[in-house]
Design a binder for this molecule. Sequence first.
Ligand SMILES: *Cc1c(COP(=O)(O)O)cnc(C)c1O
Length: 385
Amino acid sequence: MSRAEIVIDLAAIRHNVARLREHLRTPMMTVVKADGYGHGLVEVARAAREGGADWLGVASADEALALRAAGDEGRLLAWLIMPSEPAEELVAADIDVTAYTAADLEKFAAAGDALGRTPRVQLKVDTGLSRGGAAFADWSNLVALARILEAEGAIRVTGIWSHFSASEDPTDPISALQEKVFGEAVAIAEEAGLRPEVRHLANSAGALLRPSARLDLVRVGIATYGIDPAPGVEGSPWADLGLIPAMTVRAELALVKQIEAGAGVSYNHTWVAEEPTTVGLIPVGYAEGIQRRGGNRTEVWIDGARHPVRGTVCMDQMVVELGDASIEPGAEVILWGTGADGEPTAQDWAEASETIAYEVVTRIGGRMKRRYVDTDVDTEQGDDR
Ligand SMILES: *Cc1c(COP(=O)(O)O)cnc(C)c1O
């Protein structure tokens, strides 16, 4: 066994994409940004394509180019290209790029001109998140310029899109408002003469909880990885979908020892043993992306049972109380996994650490190795990042 590793089940990714696509009945963009939410950019992308992903979505130019370098040839959208980043390579690699401003449009058009090809450009409108995208007040001017450039053959507008602010909360009226504003933005673009292939708005929670927001394409990230985007929401289809968490984080128990009553555990003694007990040492810490807030709040799975993490999570290590369970050094510790046998999940860690499961899985790494398994065909390959 490896001292500490992240095991990714590619069959789970494939299954989740196929299942989501079937349930949503909408073309699927699988979002693989941030190293596939900590699961591995290229490997997840490949499994997602096998599961039926029509598009892949990433934030940065580097992520998009890495997918092309790895051989992905399908439709691929990038949405966070910097003013300082040249566009030629992206256009040459047949990546759909996102424009927020007139300057973006001019840059993409110039890149197409230099290459003698027509860049595929999507326009993003801000419908209320106030993050990326053109402000609604600037939208008419942006689409007018896009239409002029398109008529000249300098670009092709392939999509119009926006992003929800609170799709995981069906009681928040902002989503309905954003849908309405998006409809208006699309109408303005169509009046200007644009005929985009795809109009899209929904992320995982939007796609699952708001059928009206599915439109031509859904951009599904977190659900791909088997993590519920909207835990605890009444009426959510999640429980019936049978999606499988793809990530298991495991480590070898470094040490087992007795401590006395009154012994304080880990830095600053935030936990003190009330009676003599046994503790074990887990060789991962916040340098691996373990949530430091998980100290004294989370549990890990050893030998078929949950055991509480005691004291502060340190940089390289953390302590688990074993009590009177007979557990030897070298035992397997599962920090989180599918939950199928009762082991903690990334969602459990998120709740205990007062964050969201997105952050729990995306941050994990550090010195841990990632290993891929495929429960369908039972092949394994290491990834020495
Ligand atoms: C990350 C992201 C998504 C995916 O969101 P999930 O909630 O993980 O499904 C979709 N669209 C955009 C613009 C994003 O940044």
